[in-house]
Design a protein. Structure first.
Length: 392
């Protein structure tokens, strides 16, 4: 399914919705239908003009473009290494971002240092943009910690496993900084599956009523585990924002330039007191939902191959090469950097110390509890039995 350039078409607007200036509106979220979205780079790497969003990337330099490419390549390499580590028994589980690099890097690089990010559990590219060491992301998936980084050091909250709950946390935080008079913004990430959760609906309500400076960034990767998007909604996800009274926009999630531009617009809107925005990054999950999933059981090769042709990294590479913004030496050096990153992450994971087995009993109750004390004693006796040979 190729997204055609429709720059000559007249953009369509609907009340409360940001014009996307360039794509056909579909009445239903029908599989195979052309989506209405903002696009600045075609899958072939050709630049598309957009009167509304060009200004947000007008000053981007060749060095910054190469930086976006580097971000995506290194994020993909890290992701591949994490998947391999899980297959080798070094991680309990891994949620891959394969195919979603442009959505994450474009939005992550749009944030300012004083903005605050609330991720789910797949935002490895956003974490990279916020300066979180990739190795720290793996501690939770190895079971040695609950996150591995200080959220306030990078304004990047710990990963959230409960689907959609971080949108409420983000809304509350945004309401708080608004009361403090700060000019920063909050961005909350979630997927198309999470968009059906009640927590997300409550977040939309509160953020709209209190005009909270928050951007809701939905990565619509087409599949909520094995459930396709059309089984969750009769309209494109970004249009849901209309019912809550704030703008929604759908962007080509495989176009890093478009994602960067749209997210900058949404964040600036939040900082200036104009309230929340819903950004739907229309992308595709190339791999499994997690390493415990087998996507071949519910989707075919034809769909996957169609999206491979719109690969976000290849798209930007084509643009860089066509614009003479790089040379082969850049790609060669990046390849070496990529392999070095993979090696560093692999060594860091294998060197992680085992967690304290008794840490699970800490902080259960603020003042302690007799039942927890009893359970701790029983567990200690169980552990000791192995040393005595009784539990073997």
């Amino acid at each position: 399914m190729t997204v055609e350039s429709t720059a000559a078409r007249k953009p369509r607007r609907s009340a409360g919705t940001k014009s996307t200036a360039g794509k056909r509106t579909t009445a239903r979220n029908t599989p195979g239908a052309e989506p209405e979205l903002v696009q600045l780079l075609t899958p072939e790497g050709e630049r598309v003009k957009n009167a509304e969003y060009d200004k947000y990337v007008a000053g981007i330099t060749p060095d910054e473009l190469r930086g976006l490419y580097r971000d995506m390549v290194l994020t993909r390499r890290f992701d591949a290494e994490a998947t391999s580590l899980q297959r080798q028994g070094e991680l309990g589980l891994w949620a891959s971002l394969l195919g979603q690099e442009a959505a994450q890097i474009g939005s992550g690089r749009a944030t300012r240092e004083d903005d605050y990010v609330f991720p789910t559990y797949r935002e490895h590219g956003v974490a990279w943009c916020r300066g979180v060491d990739p190795a720290n992301l793996l501690g939770m998936f190895r079971g040695v910690n609950n996150g591995g980084w200080d959220p306030n050091s990078n304004n990047f909250q710990l990963y959230t496993i409960v689907i959609g709950s971080q949108t409420l946390h983000a809304t509350g935080y945004a309401m708080g900084i608004a009361k403090d008079g700060a000019d920063s913004a909050v961005i909350a990430y979630f997927g198309d599956g999470a968009s059906s959760q009640g927590d997300v609906a409550e977040s939309f309500t509160f953020s709209a009523v209190y005009n909270a400076p928050v951007v809701f960034f939905c990565q619509n990767n087409q599949w909520a585990i094995s459930e396709p998007t059309e089984k969750q909604t009769r309209v494109p996800l970004y249009q849901r924002a209309q019912g809550y009274g704030f703008p929604g926009v759908r962007v080509d999630g495989n176009d890093v330039l478009a994602v960067l531009a749209v997210t900058k617009w949404a964040l600036e809107r939040a900082r200036s007191g104009e309230g929340p925005t819903l950004v739907e990054a229309y992308t595709y999950r190339m791999g499994a939902h997690t390493t415990s999933d087998d996507p071949t059981r519910y989707r075919g090769d034809e769909e996957r191959l169609a999206w491979e042709a719109k690969d976000p990294i290849l798209r930007l590479r084509r643009y860089l090469e066509a614009s003479n913004h790089t040379d082969e030496g850049f790609f060669t050096e990046l390849e070496a950097e990529s392999e070095a990153l993979g090696k560093r992450v692999r060594e860091a994971v294998r060197a992680m110390p085992d967690p304290d087995h008794f840490a699970i009993f800490e902080n259960v109750y603020a003042d302690g509890h007799a039942l927890v004390d009893e359970e701790r004693a029983q567990f200690a006796a169980y552990q000791a039995s192995f040393a005595d040979g009784e539990g073997a």
